[in-house]
Design a protein. Structure first.
Length: 86
């Protein structure tokens, strides 16, 4: 497989290899791809968790468990102030 990099990316790869942390550009690219795939999976899990929280919230609203927006805002601001205040 051949990959074309911009001049800037190629320069940055070369810089990292020259530090001695990587023995070759291929090693650095492999690690970068492993990290990218880990990040991608973590992001996917975060989105799934957010979707579950949204679904839970909508279900609560459907059951009449919601609170008025102004009350929610006051409670959120108070929680935030307690967190910041210690």
């Amino acid at each position: 497989m051949n990959v074309s990099l911009t001049d800037e990316l190629e320069r940055r790869v070369d810089e990292r290899v020259q530090t001695g942390l990587y023995t070759s550009a291929s090693e650095l690219i492999r690690e970068a791809l492993r990290l990218f795939f880990q990040f991608e999976e973590a992001r996917k899990q975060e989105v799934m968790a957010l979707n579950r929280r949204i679904a839970d919230g909508l279900a609560q609203l459907d059951r009449g468990e919601g609170i008025p927006g102004d009350v929610a805002r006051r409670e959120t601001l108070a929680r935030r102030a307690r967190k910041i205040g210690g």
